[in-house]
Unconditional design. Structure first.
Length: 283
């Protein structure tokens, strides 16, 4: 009896403080396939846009309390592509790290006054941008050299509206971080890696059969997509409007519902398994 009472009190505290958010009812009463089909039907009267001819790329980095990882991330990014960091109302010293980076790199900063989460931060950056091809990069991860250039080239040479690959995990124990993480980042930067895997293509016919989150398996870090596709599907959506609970997979599935996309088995990024999930990278 006491355990049940403590459990009830615990969840009530989580609910009131906002750390626990119940699953929207739509995810309980409908299947993912039903939600995808309903989304497709909702846009049946809207013509599919023509893809942009002159592609202007931009790297978008949503960041919530992950500023300490940015210096190492920047070592693995191309130097000739515009970069925007979206500081999602961070509560730590992220802003200080961003200011230090300004002394060495040129990039744009958007500072959210409130937490917009990953989906809202990306939407805001695209709304403010004059570019039309966007590459998402996680603030706490490391990009595999040459992937971003390869992704841009692949989109330019094909008729796809979105392109992504796969991620490889790594772990940096917090107490060891300062000792070797920067060295590891320099090692990654020096890798001579050229993607060679076959590209698999998916589109509207594939989307009609989506039944679970991994019906398409692609990472969001390094994911490259056009403004026209983003606009057509209504951008990235808040939880209660999604076909998938995950903001990234939901966005990818909705784009695939109307546009041709490409997925490579090449590694695009090394992602940290031990960094905290924050407001800029979740919800």
């Amino acid at each position: 009896m006491a355990k049940k009472l403590l459990s009830k009190i615990k969840w009530e505290i989580l609910r009131v403080t906002g750390f626990y958010k119940p699953t929207p009812n739509r995810f309980k009463v409908t299947t993912l396939n039903e939600r995808v089909l309903n989304f497709i039907k909702s846009k049946e009267d809207q013509p599919i846009p023509v893809r942009e001819k002159n592609l202007l790329p931009e790297i978008l980095i949503p960041c919530y309390n992950h500023g300490k990882y940015l210096p190492d991330l920047f070592l693995t990014l191309p130097k000739d592509i515009p970069i925007t960091i979206i500081n999602d109302n961070s509560t730590d010293d992220t802003e200080s790290y961003i200011n230090q980076l300004k002394e060495k790199y040129t990039f744009k900063v958007i500072k959210n006054d409130i937490n917009l989460y990953q989906y809202g931060s990306i939407n805001q950056a695209i709304k403010e941008s004059e570019n039309n091809l966007f590459i998402i990069v996680n603030a706490d991860d490391l990009m595999v050299p040459n992937w971003i250039e390869y992704a841009i080239e692949t989109v330019e040479k094909t008729d796809i509206f979105m392109f992504a690959g796969v991620a490889f995990p790594f772990n940096t124990l917090s107490e060891e971080y300062d000792k070797w993480n920067h060295i590891f980042s320099e090692l990654v930067q020096s890798i001579s890696y050229k993607p060679t895997k076959e590209i698999k293509y998916y589109g509207p016919d594939s989307a009609k059969d989506f039944s679970h989150d991994n019906s398409i398996n692609m990472t969001f870090n390094g994911c490259t997509f056009t403004r026209s596709a983003w606009e057509y599907v209504g951008g990235m959506l808040p939880l209660h409007q999604r076909v998938s609970m995950h903001d990234d997979r939901d966005f990818q599935m909705r784009i695939c519902s109307f546009f041709k996309i490409g997925i490579s088995d090449d590694i695009t990024t090394l992602y940290r398994t031990d960094s905290s999930t924050g407001k800029g990278t979740a919800q």
